[in-house]
Design a protein around this ligand. Structure first.
Ligand code: SD4
Length: 291
C-alpha cells in the first residue's frame, strides 16, 4: 500500500501508541516527534507489562529498561539497563541530542537522565512484583512464545515531508539475568532507519535478533529491492536457518519504506502490528513462517 504519512508499531499496544503518533503526524509534525510521543503511551501504562512503568523485573527484582531512537539524519541515541526512569525513549533522545555519544548504560544512563531533569521513580508495580515472586518459586528461564515477555514496542513513522524515524522501547525479556541487554536498544538489531530506503524494528527473543543484526538486515533487503514484508520474511528466514529448531523462538519484524509501503513477518503465529495510514488505525495479523 502506498503513501502519505504512515505509522506502524508492534503488537496490540501499538494501537493507542499509533494514535499519539498520528496526532503529531497529522499536524505536519516530524516522524521523530511522532515516534517519541507514540511509544511514551505504553511506557507510561502499568497494564503493559513489557514496556516501561509496570514492566516485569529481571530475576533479581529490578525493572531495567532498554530503548533507542533513530532519526532521518541517521542520528541515534540509546539507553540500556536503565532503572527508575519512566520514559527511557526520551532519555535516549536526549543522549542523541545532548551528549556526544550514542549509547549510555546502567548507572551512567541514570545519572545523565537525572542531569537532564528526569525524575527518579519506582517502576515496579505490585502486580509485577507479585508475578516475579510467583516466578521465583520454580525459576524457569525457558522463553515462552507470544506471551507478555516478548512485547517490545517498536514504532516507525514516515512524515508529510517524507522523512523516516523510529523508536524502540522495552523492559526486556521477563526474568532476564541482571545486566542482560536485549536487541531493543541496539541500533541495527532492534531498530534501524535509513532515510533513503526505509526503516525496520524487531520484537521477540532479542538474542536471536542481535546475532543476525535483524533490523539492519531488513533495511538492507529493502535497499536491494524487496518490499517491506518480503524484507522481513527474509530476516526471519535467516534466524530460522541459524537454529536447529525455532519451535520455542518468537521474533517479529515490522518495516516501512520511503514510499509508505509497510509490512511485517514473524516466526510463530500470533504476532500483530498496528498501522495508521490515511486516517485509519488498524491491527494487522502478521504472516508467519510456521503456517
Ligand atoms: C528483548 N526484544 O529484550 C526485547 C523484548 C522482547 O523478548 O520483545 N522480549 O529481547
Amino acid at each position: 500500500k502506498m503513501g502519505g504519512p504512515t505509522v506502524i508499531s508492534t503488537w496490540k499496544h501499538g494501537m493507542p501508541a499509533n494514535e499519539a503518533a498520528w496526532n503529531v503526524l497529522s499536524k505536519n509534525g516530524s516522524a521523530l516527534d511522532a515516534v517519541e510521543a507514540g511509544v511514551r503511551i505504553p511506557e507510561a501504562d502499568p497494564e503493559v507489562r513489557t514496556v516501561g512503568y509496570g514492566g516485569y523485573p529481571d530475576r533479581d527484582g529490578f525493572v531495567t529498561l532498554d530503548a533507542c531512537i533513530m532519526d532521518e539524519k541517521e542520528q541515534c541515541g540509546s539507553v540500556a539497563a536503565l532503572q527508575d526512569i519512566k520514559h527511557p525513549i526520551s532519555v535516549a533522545r536526549k543522549v542523541k541530542e545532548e551528549s556526544p555519544h550514542v549509547m549510555l548504560v546502567g548507572e551512567g544512563a541514570l545519572n545523565f537522565a537525572l542531569d537532564m531533569g528526569f525524575e527518579k521513580e519506582s517502576l515496579l508495580t505490585e502486580a509485577s512484583k507479585s508475578d516475579w515472586q510467583d516466578w521465583k518459586k520454580d525459576a524457569n528461564y525457558q522463553p515462552e512464545i507470544n506471551i507478555e515477555n516478548h512485547d517490545t514496542i517498536g514504532m516507525l513513522a514516515l512524515d508529510a515531508d517524507g522523512n523516516l524515524s523510529g523508536a524502540c522501547t522495552t523492559s526486556g525479556a521477563a526474568w532476564k539475568m541482571h545486566g542482560r541487554v536485549g536487541d531493543s536498544p541496539l541500533i541495527g538489531a532492534g531498530l534501524f532507519v535509513d532515510n533513503e530506503v526505509g526503516a525496520a524494528a524487531a520484537t521477540g527473543l532479542g538474542e536471536e535478533v542481535i546475532r543476525t543484526c535483524g533490523s539492519h538486515l531488513v533495511v538492507e533487503n529493502m535497499r536491494h529491492g524487496d518490499d517491506p514484508e518480503t524484507a522481513c520474511r527474509k530476516a526471519v528466514q535467516r534466524i530460522v536457518e541459524k537454529n536447529e529448531s525455532v519451535e520455542n523462538i518468537q521474533v517479529g519484524f515490522i518495516a516501512v519504506n520511503k514510499q509508505g509501503q509497510y509490512g511485517g513477518y514473524s516466526i510463530q503465529p500470533g504476532f500483530d502490528f498496528a498501522v495508521y495510514q490515511s486516517d485509519e488505525n488498524r491491527l494487522v495479523h502478521s504472516n508467519n513462517w510456521m503456517s
